[in-house]
Design a protein around this ligand. Structure first.
Ligand code: DP6
Length: 351
C-alpha cells in the first residue's frame, strides 16, 4: 500500500486546446504555479492484493467507475513500467510480470469541498499516477511520470512538481516529449501569496474538455493565440519568474487569462465562464494596480467564475483582502462564497 499527496496547480499561461484528444497533446506550451500542499490537495492511497478481483476506485468515499479511457490509460502506462518489488521484512515479493494480473484499489480524497467549483482533476490524476508508480516500483522520474498524468488530464502533468512549472507542448506524434519540467522550485519566489475568491460554488456548465474542443473547432482567435501569442509570452513569463519581476509577471498573467476568456467568447457557441462578479474583481484589481507604481496583484480565472489572485507579498495580500471585503461585504447581495487562503493570519490582519 502506498499513500501520496499532490497539490493542485493554477496556470498563469493557459493550456486551452488539444491537437490530439486521445493522447492529450496541447496546441501550446503552458506555465503554472503549484499551490502549497497544505491547501487544495488530493491524498490518494493505492493498494494491491491477490484477493482483489478487479481494479476499483473511491473518490471522497464514493465508488466511481474506472471504465473511462483516461483512468485506463494511466493504469496501463504505469503497469507497463512496473518492476520487481521485494520487501523481506514484510514478506512481500511481486515479480514484474505479476503486475499484469494483479488488481489495485484506489482511495482518493480532496481536502477542499468538491462542490466548491475548485475541484480540479489536476491534483487527482497527478496523485494517482505518482502513487501507482511508487506502488509498482516504476523507475521513471517526475517528468516522465508527467507524460502519463497528462493522459489523465492535461493540466495534471504540471502538478508533479512544486514551484513554477512549464508543460512543453512537444512535437513528437506519440507525445513522448509533451511533458512538464520545473522552472524554479517553491523557495525561489516564496513571498507570493495566492488567494482564491470563490465567486460561485456551483459546478461549471461547460467542462474544460468540451469547451476546448469547441474552441479548437471554431475559434480563429485560438489559432492566432497558439501560433503567435503564447510562444512569445511563454518566454517573457519565464524571464519574469526567473527575475522575480512582479510587474511583468502580473501584466502577462492577467493578459493571458483575459485572452483565454476572449477565446471562449470567440467560440461557437460562445462559452461564458466568468460572471459579473468576476468582472468586478478584475476592475477592482486593475484600478488598484494602475494607482500604484507597479502592480500589486495578478488575477487569473480558469474555466469558471472564481478568481485566483496572486499578491506580490503579505502586505499586498492584506490590502487585497481589505479591498475585497469592502467591495463585496459579507452577508450582502454582493458577497463572495468564501476566501480560500493559505495563511489565516492574513485574513485576521485584514480585519
Ligand atoms: C482553463 O486539464 O481540465 O484550467 O485535459 O481535457 O482534462 P483536460 O482539461 P483540463 O483543462 C484545464 C484548462 C484550464 C487551463 C490550465 O489549467 O492550463
Amino acid at each position: 500500500m502506498v499513500t501520496a499527496q499532490t497539490p493542485t496547480n493554477i496556470a498563469v499561461i493557459k493550456y486551452w486546446g488539444k491537437r490530439d484528444e486521445t493522447l492529450i497533446l496541447p496546441v501550446n506550451d503552458s506555465i503554472s504555479v503549484t499551490l502549497d500542499p497544505a491547501h487544495l490537495c488530493t491524498t490518494t492511497t493505492v493498494a494491491v492484493s491477490p484477493s482483489f478481483d478487479q481494479d476499483r476506485m473511491w473518490l471522497n468515499g464514493k465508488e466511481i467507475s474506472l471504465s473511462g479511457g483516461r483512468y485506463q490509460n494511466c493504469l496501463r502506462e504505469i503497469r507497463a513500467r512496473a518492476c520487481d518489488v521485494q520487501d523481506e521484512e514484510k514478506g512481500i515479493k511481486i515479480a514484474k510480470k505479476d503486475w499484469e494480473k494483479l488488481h489495485v484499489h484506489v482511495a482518493s480524497y480532496n481536502n477542499f469541498p468538491t462542490a466548491a467549483g475548485l475541484a480540479s482533476s489536476a491534483a487527482g490524476f497527478a496523485c494517482l499516477v505518482f502513487a501507482l508508480a511508487k506502488l509498482m516500483n516504476a523507475k521513471e522520474d517526475n517528468s516522465e511520470l508527467s507524460a502519463i498524468a497528462r493522459q489523465g488530464s492535461g493540466s495534471a502533468c504540471r502538478s508533479l512538481f512544486g514551484g513554477f512549472v512549464k508543460w512543453n507542448m512537444g512535437k513528437a506524434e506519440d507525445g513522448s516529449d509533451s511533458l512538464a519540467v520545473q522552472l524554479v522550485d517553491e523557495k525561489h519566489w516564496d513571498e507570493l501569496v495566492i488567494i482564491i475568491a470563490v465567486v460561485s460554488s456551483r459546478q461549471k456548465e461547460t467542462s474544460s474538455t468540451t469547451g476546448m474542443r469547441d474552441s479548437v473547432e471554431t475559434s480563429l482567435l485560438l489559432e492566432h493565440r497558439a501560433k503567435e501569442v503564447v510562444p512569445k509570452r511563454t518566454k517573457q513569463m519565464e524571464e519574469a519568474i526567473k527575475n522575480r519581476d512582479f510587474g511583468s509577471f502580473a501584466q502577462l498573467a492577467c493578459a493571458d487569462s483575459n485572452q483565454f476568456h476572449a477565446v471562449c467568447l470567440d467560440t461557437c457557441p460562445p462559452i461564458f465562464y466568468m460572471n459579473d462578479t468576476s468582472h468586478r474583481i478584475i476592475s477592482c484589481v486593475e484600478k488598484w494596480n494602475r494607482s500604484e507604481e507597479t502592480p500589486q496583484v495578478a488575477y487569473t480565472f480558469d474555466a469558471g467564475p472564481n478568481a485566483v489572485l496572486i499578491a506580490h507579498n503579505r502586505k499586498a495580500a492584506t490590502q487585497l483582502l481589505q479591498k475585497l471585503l469592502f467591495c463585496f461585504p459579507p452577508n450582502s447581495d454582493a458577497d463572495l462564497d468564501s476566501y480560500v487562503i493559505g495563511d489565516k493570519s492574513i485574513l485576521k490582519d485584514a480585519g
